[in-house]
Unconditional design. Structure first.
Length: 131
């Protein structure tokens, strides 16, 4: 008797989502009206951390390290939620489901490239919130 394979949805279609949640970014800026540079610093950290985490995902996928992939996408999920990066959040949420359900990591092979595009889109759009 063969093992039962759990079917997991592939990465979601994010084309109907805005790159960023304007309301979330306004909330971030309003949390510290006396320190207008806070969002600028968070933006810079998000940009740097994103590049590092994408690299981590690439390396983890290359060696099939499910735990490391899960850890990296979980970090992306947290920062995407905090920064209102809607598309990135949706992508990594589905990726976490694939990792947790022992899904085929091959389904995530395109994730790093998509994340690079989505980070660039978010960063471009979020610039209007910089001081």
């Amino acid at each position: 008797v063969g093992a039962t394979k759990i079917l997991v949805m592939p990465l979601p279609d994010i084309s109907n989502l805005a790159p960023l949640d304007d309301e979330r970014l306004r909330e971030l800026k309003e949390q510290t009206p006396q320190d207008s540079s806070l969002f600028n610093r968070l933006y810079a950290l998000f940009e740097i951390e994103g590049a590092t985490l994408i690299k981590d995902i690439v390396e983890s996928l290359a060696v099939g390290d499910r735990s490391a992939v899960h850890e990296a996408v979980h970090k992306v999920k947290g920062s995407a939620a905090a920064m209102g990066a809607s598309r990135i959040y949706a992508l990594v949420s589905a990726s976490i489901d694939i990792c947790r359900a022992d899904g085929d990591l091959g389904q995530l092979s395109g994730l790093p490239s998509i994340l690079e595009i989505e980070y660039a889109s978010y960063l471009k759009d979020a610039k209007r919130f910089l001081d």
